[in-house]
Design a protein around this ligand. Structure first.
Ligand SMILES: Nc1ncnc2c1ncn2[C@@H]1O[C@H](COP(=O)(O)OP(=O)(O)OP(=O)(O)O)[C@@H](O)[C@H]1O
Length: 318
């Protein structure tokens, strides 16, 4: 028996190198991270950061060049069939049989497990019942994705790895999938998630690891990550009469290295500056009214959110 105190996932110094005669790519460059049981751990990163490579190693589909990786306390290179049955996997390329219909495929899959979920209940929860008679090759990308998610969880895995499960879904299906993932977590399933949808990441994640160029650049709970960041967003709305003052603010923010966006309509000026917002800049903003010494229509300084951190990480590594 495995001890449940083991983390759901643990990696140490994981390196994956893809080498051809012409080039060599270090997709993972010393990744050390862990994911606690019963929580949602999200891996974020720009395209090519190494997220799918990491999942492929954790799924035992790719041998690391260096380092070690464990799922549920077992090395990924030494897993038995029984160990594999405890891990559910949803890949970006679905790997589903094209001629099968969901109504046959899910019950067929269920027969491989001792205590499977009821296929019809899964169909209903993921909206698959609407197209259960259609062969998989005729399903849309978003429909196929939901069948792949159902297939990943039908055996009641203790650990579920989901590679961009909500990407490309319409808003109704996306909500269904996000709520489904929440319910898996509530049942105690450990979940490793990758996504580019930062709203979903904010809603679902207990812990986040942000990868860039094959390395873990930031790790922590959402609260730890955002409170440790010195980044703030200064947002201001002013009347067009305040344009000269807002222009001075823009120049000062740019000189301090902040990222600035401005939009002007006939009735309002909107100004946003993101980065290390100094007290001097806040004082300058407080004077952006229609006449000298008057305050602007609105002014706020807010803590960085996950989106800000994501951009910051990408910029630091550019
Ligand atoms: N089989 C392969 N052969 C050569 N290079 C590869 C291979 N698979 C991935 N790579 C490279 O490894 C790096 C990481 O790729 P990976 O697919 O892990 O990124 P990702 O973070 O999942 O990106 P995305 O968000 O686009 O899915 C990229 O530079 C990619 O080109």
């Amino acid at each position: 028996m495995q001890q449940n105190s083991e983390p759901a996932v643990a990696t140490e110094g994981l390196v994956v190198e893809f080498a051809s005669r012409r080039s060599r790519v270090r997709a993972l460059d010393g990744v050390t991270l862990s994911a606690q049981r019963g929580l949602v751990t999200t891996i974020l990163g720009t395209n090519g950061a190494g997220k799918s490579t990491l999942l492929r190693v954790l799924q035992g589909l790719l041998a690391p060049t260096e380092g070690r990786a464990e799922t549920l306390g077992r090395s990924v290179t030494a897993r038995t069939a029984e160990d594999r049955a405890r891990v559910g996997v949803m890949l970006q390329e679905s790997g589903l049989p094209p001629a099968a219909r969901p109504k046959d495929f899910l019950p067929h899959l269920a027969r491989f497990y001792a205590h499977p979920r009821a296929p019809q209940e899964l169909e209903a929860r993921l909206g698959i019942d609407e197209f259960r008679h259609t062969p998989i090759r005729r399903l849309s990308g978003g429909q196929r994705q939901r069948v792949a998610l159902a297939a990943a969880v039908i055996g009641r895995p203790e650990l579920c790895m989901l590679d961009e499960p909500s990407a490309g879904l319409d808003p109704v299906s996306r909500t269904m999938v996000v709520e489904f993932i929440e319910s898996l977590r509530d049942e105690g399933t450990s979940i490793i998630l990758t996504t580019h949808l930062l709203d979903d990441a904010e809603r679902l994640s207990d812990t986040v690891h942000i990868l860039s160029r094959g390395r873990v650049r930031r790790s922590g709970t959402l609260e730890e990550l955002t409170s440790s960041s010195s980044s703030r967003t200064l947002s201001l709305t002013a009347s067009p009469a305040a344009a000269p003052a807002v222009e001075r603010l823009r120049a000062a923010a740019a000189a301090e290295g902040l990222e600035v966006t401005m939009t002007t309509t006939p009735r309002t000026l909107r100004f946003n500056a993101h980065g290390h917002v100094s007290p001097a800049l806040v004082r300058l903003a407080a004077d952006c009214g229609a006449s000298p010494g008057e305050p602007p229509v609105s002014l706020s300084v807010t803590q960085a959110d996950l989106t800000d951190l994501f951009f910051q990480t990408a910029q630091e590594d550019a």
